[in-house]
Design a protein around this ligand. Sequence first.
Ligand code: NPW
Ligand code: K
Length: 500
Amino acid sequence: MRGVWTPEQIRAAEQRLFTRTPEPAVMRRAAHAVARHTAQVLTECTGGVAGRHVTLLVGAGNNGGDALWAGSFLRKRGVGVTAVLLDADRAHQGGLLALRRAGGRAVRAEGPNPDTTGVGAEAAEAVQRADAVVDGIVGLSASGGLRPMAAELVDRVLMPIVSVDLPSGVDPVTGAVDGPAVSADVTVTFGGRKPCHVLGPGAVRSGDVLVADIGLDGDLPEPELHVLDAADVGAAWPVPGPEDDKYSQGVVGVAAGSATFPGAAVLAGGSAVRATSGMVRYAGPAADEVCRRWPEVVVTGSVTDAGRVQAWAVGPGIGTGASGRDVLRHVFDSGRPVCADADSITLLGADPTLWDARDPDAPVVLTPHDGEFERLGAGPVGTDRVAAARRVAARFDVVLLLKGNTTVVAAPDGRVLVNDSQQAWPATAGSGDVLTGLIGALLASGMDPWLACGCATRVHSDAAELAARDADGVGAPIGASALLDQVPAAVRAVRRAALT
Ligand SMILES: NC(=O)C1=CN([C@@H]2O[C@H](COP(=O)(O)OP(=O)(O)OC[C@H]3O[C@@H](n4cnc5c(N)ncnc54)[C@H](OP(=O)(O)O)[C@@H]3O)[C@@H](O)[C@H]2O)[C@@H](O)CC1
Ligand SMILES: [K+]
């Protein structure tokens, strides 16, 4: 599991580090990593390092200092380096001196000979002729989007951008973008990932995130967020052992679909079948359709005579009327872990007394998208998706899986998992029904609900990717059935990662 730390945590760890290692030495370590990765980018794009040109966009703080020091190291490898100073009077003095001593040059962003946008001729030329650009505009102290001069320069960049610590213009804590921002090809960050590298638009704009060791490891606290690697998911995914039978692996009950929406039942039931080798029971009005498509599912018309299960997946297509309410009340009352999705969430928002049926010792997972989240009555999601998920997880004592391009899974005790897959292929009708079935199956296997949500989300997005893309990586639109068909391949891939 990879950790993600807030800027506050990183800064506190840095202060502890500075008691052992002087601040300038730490900055040089950071800058060294930026220079190394920029050299790699140059090699990939131009076939070499010496004789190439790098332009540094340098802001007012230590982020700019990192860029200037990195420029001095690149100079020593024969790179032509120009620093464009966005705030010349506040540029990092140590870094500037180092760059000049190494033979680099610095120009002011706004002059001389500015064009109609205010960009000076030298700065414009430096950006234009660069083989790669290092973004040291702003780092951990960022607030809001890029300011106009920085935005104008970034807009003119044609070659790869290496961002120092984070893409400038992105909110370090939420990953939100509120105005112009850098889209990096590579981001070199220090000590550990920050939330903006894994959340929302920030995750997309970070490009490849490379974490450089600057000696912080022993000083970092428990991470604020976690990201599951394929190997973590593969190691946790349940597979039958020599002693197992169909019951011992957990029986999942699927309460989904209706006469109007039988497809939801077929998708949620089918994904439970594909997720584990344990038994799947289906209870509801789409029993015939489910049985026809998935003969291995044991079907019945009503949750009241479904038989014993170890967990329930409930909600997709059950409707928001009286019968849906009865179904939800029944599964809550069963005392089993429940994954409640779609119409269940709407029902809980409209009639909070439904919570009374819940056994307080049985875990509940809610899987809303933003609209359903709001219907729960805890306000809108807003830009801080992690805070929103945590708030609702604690308030209802549930594991809250907030769907989106970045899916956030918050446990009631505050732990948060993030799936940073950055691809939108799962955004298709019925995809949520598949996710519900996967989570239900993992809950039935006895997996920790927070981990179950993280594992299901990862396999779900990987399956979508497999369904959408061909061997050359070219994608085409998919439906939820195609996603569902790729679940076994996605499980195999994460298990392979765990075995190697
Ligand atoms: N501590 C260390 O030794 C180490 C730190 N390290 C490095 O230091 C970085 C943090 O440096 P930092 O704290 O100096 O601030 P930084 O992010 O450079 O911002 C500078 C100023 O920019 C401004 N500004 C704000 N928003 C803006 C925007 N949207 N667009 C444009 N400008 C904006 C704002 O000033 P304002 O103009 O508002 O007065 C702000 O004060 C960190 O990310 C890492 O790279 C590494 O070297 C490891 C060791
Ligand atoms: K930056």
